[in-house]
Design a protein around this ligand. Structure first.
Ligand code: KG4
Ligand code: ZN
Length: 366
């Protein structure tokens, strides 16, 4: 089975071909035949964040070339593709329209089935593509638009155990960077500045620490950073480094506390599992301090820590193609109605969990 994936929900234009032997063979390891990602960072940098209209236009300009490149890299063409899978939400609606309409056109012209994929499902299933992970497992998604803990029990079987009541973690990194005059995207720049900083200089709050539910909050931390920065302005390079290091220490500590709750709940729900796993996904998973903190937490709690390679943790189309393959293999692909599917800027992975109080704000990214 070969599936062409298309991803355009935020500021990456991406296409990929993933192959999977769905036959009776014992070895069913999937293969990423191509994974083409064009980042729009340069287009948005001057504005300090993703501008939806610019993103949509950039997708229109780039997508056909990116799809061609992905097919060529995979050494294949549309006649050898079994299905086309495209991100249909959540995300910036302009980009979603570009990606899903392009996928519909390709699928219709080539006479192939179309799959409208939830971007979050792509993140949720990536560890099965990269590590062959068995269900159930726990997913921590930390990106520019989402901060969630999801219990993944099967294809289409997701339960959100925690979310942020205000900012996403990536958003908190980006806003912190902006306050400190560091360039966009903020996360990598905060991490770099923190390397030379003193993490003990500022005692920033650990939001939600001790709360029973594993939910997150980062807006109070952001305010504390702003207050600390304005109290000592103008900032020297050392001040910026110390604030970044102290900010990261607070984030790592808060994350450990929140995720620990979820690990405990997972243990209680699956007491017989020998080696339960925590998977991280999303751009913030690139952060070393956060990774080390989560690794330590998992070691203490007897969990396997699974961090897929970064280029498959951040937005890409291989995860969308793979989610398509998973849905087809599980008999859960609604290919009959997919041509009528309308992109959804909001599309929770778990339709059951109610929104937490104060939620609703989210960044541009999904
Ligand atoms: O997963 P991603 O590429 O896009 C989505 O949001 O879907 O995540 C981007 C986010 C941005 O907020 C960026 O600042 C953050 O991930 N990020 C980081 C690091 N690298 C990227 N945050 C902290 N440390 C990093 N090294
Ligand atoms: Zn994403």
């Amino acid at each position: 089975m070969r599936v062409l994936g298309i991803e355009t929900s935020c500021d990456e234009t991406a296409a990929s071909v993933v192959a999977f032997d769905s036959g009776a063979s014992e070895i069913r390891s999937p293969k990423i035949l191509s994974n083409t990602v064009l980042s729009q960072i340069a287009e948005h940098a001057a504005f300090g964040g993703v501008v939806p209209e610019i993103a949509a236009r950039a997708h229109v300009e780039a997508l056909d070339g990116i799809v061609e490149a992905a097919l060529a890299d995979a050494g294949t063409d549309l006649s050898e593709i079994d299905a086309v899978a495209a991100t249909a939400g959540p995300g910036l609606v302009g980009g979603l329209i570009v990606g899903l309409m392009t996928a519909k056109a390709i699928a219709a012209a080539a006479g192939k089935p179309l799959l409208a994929i939830n971007h979050l499902e792509g993140h949720a299933l990536t560890a099965r593509l990269t590590d062959g992970l068995e269900f159930p497992y726990l997913l921590l998604l930390v990106s520019g638009g989402h901060t969630q803990i999801v219990r993944v029990a099967g294809v289409g079987d997701y339960q959100r155990w925690a979310t942020t009541i205000d900012d996403a973690l990536g958003e908190a990194f980006d806003k912190t960077a902006k306050m400190l005059g560091l360039p966009y995207p903020g996360g990598p720049n905060v991490e770099k500045a923190a390397e030379k900083g003193d993490a003990a200089r500022f005692a920033f709050p650990r939001p939600m620490k001790g709360a029973t539910q594993p939910d997150f909050s980062f807006s109070g931390l952001k305010t504390a950073v702003r207050q600390a920065a304005s109290a000592i302005a103008p900032l020297t390079e050392k001040d910026v480094a110390d604030i970044c290091a102290s900010f990261q220490a607070a984030v790592a500590d808060a994350l450990q506390d929140r995720v620990r709750r979820a690990l405990e709940r997972f243990r209680a729900e699956f007491p017989d599992m020998k080696a339960p796993a925590l998977v991280v996904a999303g751009g913030v998973a690139a952060n070393r301090t956060i990774k080390v903190a989560l690794e330590a937490l998992c070691r203490d709690a007897g969990f396997r820590f699974v961090a897929p390679p970064l280029k498959l943790c951040t937005d890409n189309a291989a995860m969308i193609a793979w989610a398509g393959i998973e849905r087809l293999s599980a008999g859960l692909a609604d290919t009959e109605n997919s041509f009528a599917f309308v992109p959804r800027s909001r599309w929770p992975l778990d339709g059951v969990s109610t929104p937490v109080v104060g939620s609703g704000r989210r960044g541009a990214k999904a």
